[in-house]
Design a protein around this ligand. Structure first.
Ligand code: FAD
Length: 450
């Protein structure tokens, strides 16, 4: 039986980056992907003659590994439209206009928001995102939910709800009572600072011409026949000297295995001998957040004509944030909004028509009745896809980052693990996937037996 140097399971950005770096270095590599396409959480779909990015799409200036890869692959970027006034829908449902980064709230609340951003920035500055469990306050921050921690920091409800929005619904896509303050600090440190996360012009800076899914597509093209689709890996049998990977009953021998999967999906594979208990605990305490990404395309970007940027925030709105998502070179106008965590649960219980009506009504609280009648309406549905199961990514239960976080990175025999979900820099982002894929390839190339 032929023996590969490395079998990579999963053709998302992590797996394909890893495989391409290994192939470039001369390794005999095979990528096995369960779906009939590459890209994982990166996907562009055609609806009604327009391209819609269903998964990841934005690139920010701190995402240096991704930016370098875009350059290497010859992919161009363009800026998100952001000229004009933004909107803030307050707790009473009133849309207030503003420019710049400061929300149109009472002066006292604005100062409190700035103070809280500073507190999280200070905590993030003390963290190496690759080792969040080594933060000087790791134990105490991991022992409380972010909601509890935030309640203890301020009595200003509007300031609290806005800070909660940035890290809960907008980033980790979980209710703030379900993740720890340490995970909130990790999310901030992974982007350089909390200041970066709250600055939409920074964190949602650029898009890729042709879509971010062009990255996995270009890598897969380079890998050619080394990528096999519709190959759902069911078993990995390993010893210290190598492994046998099973797909559809076919057995494939390899010296190394990279499971380039969200931690939740390692459990779908029967690994023999089974992983050490702590490795299983670590992955059992990591779970997907939930967000519905909604895009509505209109005949024109009508908000621009009214002097609006298309950017809007509403911590109490069903659609808690919205942006101009008009496609490069298109005359139509597209808005993208997000419905997250508990709101996404509630929307999931409605019929498709009821959900669309509720979501468009929320868009109308930002942009008026013109938002009610798009020519095309598209919801991204990752939660019903078994091979993903949520969005954007997975994060840790309260207390589990300090207990088991380090275990997620430890190889077991010839098996290594990686995905954006366990990245430090670029945690939960494509940049993190590229960094993980690159790091795993380096580790494999440096190991003495190869
Ligand atoms: P994945 O993309 O999940 O790849 C894992 C692959 O493994 C999948 O293709 C899966 O099919 C395959 N697989 C699973 N089990 C098996 C098996 N047993 N055998 C074979 N194959 C298997 N990031 C950003 O940087 N910017 C954004 O704007 C952004 N927005 C997002 C919006 C949405 C709606 C979503 C869902 C994500 C977003 N992200 C964004 C996150 C980003 O898309 C992910 O972090 C990144 O794509 C994850 O890459 P990955 O390779 O680590 O994992």
């Amino acid at each position: 039986m032929k023996t590969y140097d490395t079998v990579v399971v999963g053709a998302g950005a992590t797996g394909l980056t890893c495989a391409w770096r290994l192939a470039e270095a001369g390794q005999d590599v095979l990528v096995l992907e369960a779906r009939d396409r590459v890209g994982g959480r990166l996907r562009t779909e055609d609806h009604n003659g327009s391209d819609f990015e269903i998964g990841g799409q934005w690139v920010s200036p701190d995402q240096e590994a991704l930016i370098a890869l875009l350059e290497e692959l010859g992919l161009e970027t363009y800026s998100r439209f952001r000229e004009g006034e933004s909107l803030y829908v307050d707790a009473a449902g009133v849309a207030r206009r503003f420019t710049g980064e400061d929300l149109p709230v009472e002066e006292q609340t604005a100062k409190e928001i700035d103070r809280l951003i500073g507190v999280v920035d200070d905590l993030a500055a003390q963290m190496d995102p690759d080792r969040p469990w080594e933060h000087p306050q790791a134990a105490e921050l991991d022992a409380v939910s972010f909601a509890q921690w935030l309640d203890a920091q301020t009595t200003d409800a509007e300031a609290r709800d806005n800070i909660a929005l940035y890290l809960g619904p907008a980033m980790l896509t979980k209710p703030t009572h379900s993740f720890s303050a340490l995970t909130a600090v990790l999310m901030s440190a992974s982007a350089g600072s909390f200041t970066h996360l709250v600055d939409a012009d920074f964190i949602l800076d650029k898009r890729v011409v042709g879509g971010l899914a062009s990255v996995p597509a270009a890598l897969a093209e380079r890998l050619g026949e080394r990528v096999r689709l519709s190959a759902d890996v069911t078993h990995v049998d390993w010893s210290e000297s190598g492994a046998v990977v099973t797909v559809d009953g076919e057995q494939i021998a390899t010296r190394n295995v990279v499971l380039a999967l969200p931690p939740t999906h390692v459990r779908r594979i029967r690994i023999t001998p089974e992983l050490p208990a702590e490795h299983r605990h670590a992955r059992e305490h990591q779970s997907f957040g939930l967000v519905i990404k909604v895009q509505a395309e209109y005949d024109t970007p009508f908000w621009r004509e009214a002097g609006r940027s298309g950017t809007g925030f509403g911590p109490w709105q069903l659609v808690h944030e919205v942006y101009d998502n008009t496609l490069h070179g298109k005359e139509t106008g597209t808005l993208v909004g997000f419905v997250s965590d508990l709101n996404a649960d509630a929307m999931g219980r409605l019929s498709a028509d009821e959900r669309q009506a509720a979501i468009l009504a929320s868009l109308a609280s930002y942009f008026g009745d013109a938002a009610l009648t798009p020519r095309t309406y598209v919801e991204s549905d990752w939660q019903h896809q078994e091979l993903t199961g949520g969005a954007y990514a997975t994060s840790f239960d309260v207390g589990s980052l300090t207990r088991w976080g380090a275990k997620l990175h430890e190889p077991v025999g010839p098996i290594r693990f990686g995905s954006s979900d366990i990245a430090g820099h670029g945690f939960q982002h494509v940049d993190g996937a590229v960094r993980m894929g690159t790091r795993l390839a380096q580790q494999l190339l440096e190991q003495p037996s190869l």
